[in-house]
Structure formats: structure tokens, C-alpha cells
Design a protein around this ligand. Structure first.
Ligand SMILES: [Zn+2]
Length: 102
């Protein structure tokens, strides 16, 4: 029946995914605006106490909050099972461990 508790975390995650979709759409014409979307979703995540969904964790720069598009303002390399994401906006690098697919 009707859910008693609002699934705040689920709702926040949905909103974040939407914001990132919008950021992607705006990226070509308004990269500043897409950065705003990233900032809004980060604030949303902090407020609702969730972590950024892992699908989008590599789509933004943690340092300068830019929305990252591989080949445009970011470079993605794999090295020894690790993923290295470089932000070409501020020059920061992030390493992520690639989990083997089950
Ligand atoms: Zn950056």
C-alpha cells in the first residue's frame, strides 16, 4: 500500500541523476551552467546524506566541480586495473579502482 516513509534518499538520487542528465545536455553550449548542475547535485547529496551515485561519480571533477566529458574536458586512462580520470579544466587527477565484472 502507500509508503509511509518518504524515500528521501531515493528521491535525492533521482534528482541528482536528472541534474546530471541536464548537465550533459547543457555542456556543449553552456559549460558554466552544467557546472552549476553539478554543484546543486553535490549540495543535494550532502543534505540528504547520500553518496553520489557511482554511475556519475566519474562524470564530474571533485576539485573544480566541472561536469566532465571524456575527450572534451577530461581524459580517461586505465593503468594496471585503475582508472585515471584527468580534469583538463583544473588539471587534477583522480584514480579509481576498476572492479572486475562479475
Ligand atoms: Zn577540475
Amino acid at each position: 500500500m502507500a509508503r509511509r516513509n518518504f524515500d528521501i534518499k531515493g528521491i535525492a538520487k533521482e534528482r541528482i541523476m536528472e541534474l546530471f542528465k541536464e548537465a550533459e545536455k547543457q555542456f556543449d553550449k553552456h559549460s558554466e551552467r552544467s557546472k552549476q548542475y553539478v554543484k546543486i547535485s553535490l549540495r543535494l547529496a550532502a543534505k540528504s546524506g547520500i553518496r553520489m551515485p557511482k554511475e556519475i561519480r566519474r562524470s564530474y571533477c571533485r576539485n573544480c566541480k566541472s561536469y566532465l566529458v571524456s575527450g572534451k574536458n577530461s581524459k580517461i586512462r586505465t593503468r594496471k586495473g585503475k582508472l585515471v580520470v584527468s580534469c583538463l579544466v583544473c588539471g587534477s587527477h583522480r584514480r579509481m579502482i576498476l572492479k572486475p565484472k562479475v
